[in-house]
Design a protein around this ligand. Structure first.
Ligand code: TRP
Length: 341
């Protein structure tokens, strides 16, 4: 039986937080242990350049993300874990795909359209001003780079957040176009969106996201973790007053880390009127106890980045064992080859 190839990328622009963990990292690591799938997980560092031009931040983020996945027990004997930039075939494929992609398709990409809409809102698009102000070609053609990430390994399933579904559809379109012109080379990928992978709320109750500046970094030292949890917004109900679990940030975070039995117990305590201070204490203890072993491994890895690099190099080797021969075939298909063989 051929195993399904499951592939996903993580853009290296930030520090992993609890929302990333619950929404993406935890399910991906669980999937990495399934012997029936062949997972490809990678650090999307070329994607990072689209929105981050701070070299130190891109470098640091790559280190932190790699350390996080390894500390959490990613099974690298089954999963291929690599850095996008270590697989140069992806960049070469990007160009081949760029040349079969309609510009009109890219015009319709949400990320690009949102940037134009923002210019229009700010009045930058009127009176002869440029609606494309501040938009680089990386942002514009980013779905093509993402298609290359996916098609390079003929991924069947691509776990992503809802905001990325359009990009997977574009990858299918682009693959279909290439296949139509040059013959059947690519499998058509499918997006996998975890419907019950609830998005975690952040400190202010909005979705936990770097762009809202409301995150709780996953491996924050204990003291800081406690401090951040104490900052989570609550309403002003007094101890002893019954409280709603629905819409409560503390509860929703707790739920993401607890068993159904534990959740039922907390529901009971809400009804009884648990004090917010106490609930924060419960939440802190609960998360801290779950995270401590991984945090210790994370700290150790951060002290020994050469081990991380070694793992990434091994991953790149495994990835290139697939991408190099495949790219050779693709070069031939498009007519890029030596004149004599
Ligand atoms: N663009 C994705 C994101 O921002 C990250 C990513 C890059 C990716 N390449 C990918 C995800 C390929 C899935 C497959 O979340």
């Amino acid at each position: 039986m051929t195993k399904a190839i499951v592939l996903t990328g993580i853009t290296t622009t930030g520090t992993p937080h609890l929302g990333n963990y619950v929404g993406a990292i935890r399910p991906a690591i669980a999937a990495s242990k399934d012997a029936n799938v062949s997972p490809f997980y990678f650090l999307a560092d070329y994607h990072a350049l689209i929105k981050c031009q701070e070299p130190e931040r891109v470098r640091q983020s790559s280190l932190e993300i790699a350390a996080t996945w390894l500390a959490l027990g990613l099974d690298t004997s089954n999963a291929v874990f690599y850095r996008q930039s270590d697989v140069p075939e992806i960049m070469e494929l990007t160009w081949m795909l760029t040349c079969v992609t309609a510009k009109g398709l890219m015009n319709r990409a949400h990320a690009y359209k949102a940037a134009v809409a923002e210019n229009e809102e700010n009045g930058d698009a009127i009176a002869g001003n440029d609606p494309d102000k501040g938009i680089n070609m990386g942002l514009f053609s980013y779905p093509i780079l993402m298609a290359a990430d996916i098609l390079m390994f003929n991924a069947n399933k691509v776990p992503v957040g809802k905001d990325q579904i359009q990009h997977i559809e574009m990858a299918r379109d682009i693959a279909g176009r290439f296949n139509h012109i040059y013959g059947e080379h690519f499998a058509l990928p499918e997006a996998v969106v975890d419907e019950n992978g609830a998005t975690l709320a952040g400190l202010d109750g909005r979705k936990m996201s770097k762009s809202y500046n409301n995150t709780i970094p996953l491996f924050e030292p204990e003291k800081k973790l406690r401090k951040l949890i104490n900052k989570i917004k609550t309403n002003s109900l007094e101890p002893g007053e019954p409280k709603e679990t629905e819409g409560c940030t503390l509860f929703s975070i707790y739920q993401a880390f607890a068993t159904p039995v534990e959740v039922a117990e907390i529901r009971r305590r809400y009804a009884e009127g648990i004090a917010w201070g106490e609930m924060k204490q419960v939440l802190f203890e609960h998360i801290n106890q779950q995270i401590t072993p991984a945090r210790e491994r994370y700290d150790a890895l951060m002290q020994a980045p050469e081990h991380i690099e070694e793992q990434l190099q091994e991953g790149a080797q495994k990835a290139r064992a697939v991408s190099a021969p495949f790219l050779k075939e693709l070069r031939k298909a498009v007519g890029i080859s030596a004149i004599t063989v």
